[in-house]
Design a protein around this ligand. Structure first.
Ligand SMILES: [Zn+2]
Length: 444
C-alpha cells in the first residue's frame, strides 16, 4: 500500500490510496513513553553507583599492565570483582571474561593476558545493542623537570596510583549498574543487550579492537554501541562548569548510521531524560584522543562516544582522578540516558532496509517525475513507520510524520535532490528503530 502526503497551507493531510485517514492527519502529540522503560529508569540506584565508584578507586591502579596476582590491588583484582558483581546481579546475565593473549609491543611492555568483562542479556533476536566503557586506568608519570619540551613521559612503574574514578570508572559504573537493572527488569527485549567493560584502552584501544575484530569475523550483527568514556566530571580544568550537557561524538559522513545513533540519543533523551541535553559533535572523537567506539567504527559497526561536556586535564591520567572529581547527580542522569536509548533500541524493531541488492537507495521521483517516492523493506515486528526529512543543508531532522504500516510513501512535488529522507520502524509499544537514511551511494 502506498501513502501520499499532501502538504497544503498550514496543515497536513495523508491519503491511503484514495481513502483519507484522519487518524494519520492528526497533529502529532508527544510520543507515549513505554512504562517498562520508565520502570528501568526508576530502578537505577544512585547509592549503588557511588559504591561502585569507591570500589573501583580502591584497587590502587587498574592499569592493564599492573599486577594480576593480588586479590585486592591491580587489574586482576578489579576484573574479578567486576565479573563477580555482574554474575550475582541476575541469573539472566551470561557473564564471561572475553580474553586475549597480547604480545609485548608498543605500549604493551610485556606479554599479557587481557580480559574484557562482559555480560550478555539474550534477546529474541541476535541483533545486539552494546553499552560499553573501559575499566582500565592509567596515570602518566610527569617528565623530570628540565626535560626537553615534547619528550614523552617515561612509562614508570605500572603499579603507580591510578584511581581512574572518572576515567573511566564513571563509564564502568554505568555499565555495571545497567547490567544489574536490565538483568533484573524481567523485560523481554527483542535485541540482545551486551554490557561490556574493556581493558587496554589506555594502551591503544586494545581490548575493544580485539573484540570488534572478533565480532566482525563472526558476522555478529551489532546494531549500536554506546561507548561511555568519562561521563561524570562537570568541573572543567579552566573553571568552566557544565552539568547539563553530554557530548556525543559520531563519525561521518553526515548520514552515517553512527550519526543516526547520535540523533537518536538526542530524541530519546528529550523523551525520557530531558534534564540531560545531548550535544552532538560531528567528529569521530576529540583532537588527538581515542576511544573504544572507534575500533567498532573501523569494522563497519554503528558506534558513538558519550563524554562529559567539559574535561579536567589536571585530573585525567593522574593520581587526582578520585571520587571527589565525579558529580554523582550528573553521572546518574547520564546513566539514565544510556538506559533509555538502549532499552528503546532493544524494544524497537530493527531499522528498515532502504537499499537494494546493488546498494542503490530505494527512492525515486514517481508518480509525476517530480515527487519523492520512498520505498523500504518491512522490518520484522514493526506495526508502523515514521518518515523523517530535512533540507539537505541542515544537520538534524526537521520533520517527521507517522505513515502507518506501509512500505512506500510519496511526498508530492518535493525533489529527492533537495531533501534528505529517512525512515524508522515503530514497534507495537511505540519504540522506534534508528532512522535508515536514503543517501547517495559513494561516487566511483
Ligand atoms: Zn578513558
Amino acid at each position: 500500500m502506498r501513502h501520499t502526503l499532501i502538504r497544503t497551507l498550514g496543515f497536513v493531510v495523508v491519503f491511503a490510496g484514495l481513502v483519507v485517514k484522519p487518524a494519520l492527519a492528526a497533529p502529532e502529540g508527544p510520543d507515549p513513553r513505554d512504562p517498562r522503560i520508565e520502570k528501568i529508569l526508576s530502578q537505577i540506584s544512585e547509592q549503588r553507583i557511588v559504591e561502585i565508584l569507591h570500589k573501583l578507586g580502591s584497587f590502587g591502579t587498574r592499569n592493564t599492565l599492573s599486577s594480576t596476582d593480588s586479590p585486592t590491588m591491580g587489574i586482576g583484582a578489579a576484573r574479578q570483582w567486576i565479573y563477580d558483581e555482574m554474575k550475582q546481579s541476575s541469573p539472566r546475565l551470561q557473564v564471561s571474561f572475553d580474553t586475549y593473549q597480547v604480545p609485548k609491543g608498543g605500549r604493551i611492555t610485556r606479554d599479557i593476558e587481557l580480559r574484557n568483562v562482559m555480560a550478555v542479556l539474550p534477546g529474541r533476536s541476535p541483533r545486539r545493542v552494546y553499552i560499553s566503557a573501559h575499566y582500565d586506568s592509567f596515570a602518566a608519570v610527569r617528565p623530570p623537570a628540565g626535560s626537553p619540551r615534547g619528550q614523552a613521559a617515561p612509562a614508570g612503574p605500572v603499579d603507580n596510583p591510578a584511581p581512574g574514578v572518572n576515567d573511566d570508572g564513571s563509564g564502568t559504573a554505568l555499565v555495571m549498574e545497567l547490567a544489574r537493572v536490565f538483568g533484573q527488569s524481567g523485560v523481554n527485549f527483542d535485541a540482545t543487550l551486551v554490557f561490556i567493560a574493556f581493558a587496554g584502552e589506555e594502551q591503544g584501544l586494545i581490548g575493544a579492537t580485539r573484540h570488534a575484530e572478533k565480532m566482525a569475523a563472526e558476522h555478529v550483527p551489532i546494531e549500536a554501541v554506546l561507548n561511555n568514556d568519562m561521563v561524570g566530571n562537570v568541573q572543567g580544568g579552566d573553571t568552566l562548569e557544565d552539568s547539563i550537557h553530554l557530548r556525543v561524538f559520531s563519525e561521518g559522513p553526515e548520514d552515517s548510521p553512527s550519526r543516526q545513533l547520535a540523533r537518536y540519543l538526542g530524541r530519546v533523551g528529550a523523551k525520557y531524560v530531558p534534564t540531560v541535553q545531548v550535544t552532538p559533535i560531528a567528529r569521530y572523537d576529540r583532537f588527538g584522543r581515542g576511544g573504544d567506539h572507534s575500533p567498532f567504527n573501523r569494522q563497519g559497526f554503528t558506534a558513538v562516544r558519550l563524554t562529559e561536556a567539559v574535561e579536567n586535564y589536571g585530573r585525567q591520567h593522574t593520581p587526582a582522578d578520585t571520587f571527589d572529581g565525579v558529580n554523582v547527580p550528573y553521572l546518574l542522569r547520564n546513566v539514565k540516558l544510556d538506559a533509555a536509548a538502549a532499552a528503546s533500541l532493544a524494544l524497537a524493531p530493527p531499522p528498515p532496509a532502504v537499499f537494494n541488492e546493488r546498494g542503490q537507495p530505494t527512492l525515486g521521483r514517481q508518480p509525476s517525475g517530480y515527487d519523492s517516492d520512498l520505498k523500504w523493506q518491512a522490518s520484522p515486528g514493526a506495526v508502523g513507520y515514521k518518515v523523517f526529512w530535512r533540507s539537505a543543508w541542515t544537520p538534524d531532522w526537521q520533520h517527521v510524520v507517522p505513515v502507518g504500516n506501509v512500505t512506500e510513501f510519496v511526498l508530492p512535488a518535493m525533489s529527492i535532490d533537495d531533501y534528505v529522507y529517512g525512515v524508522a520502524a515503530v514497534g507495537p509499544d511505540g519504540n522506534e528503530s534508528l532512522v535508515s537514511a536514503y543517501v547517495n551511494p559513494p561516487r566511483r
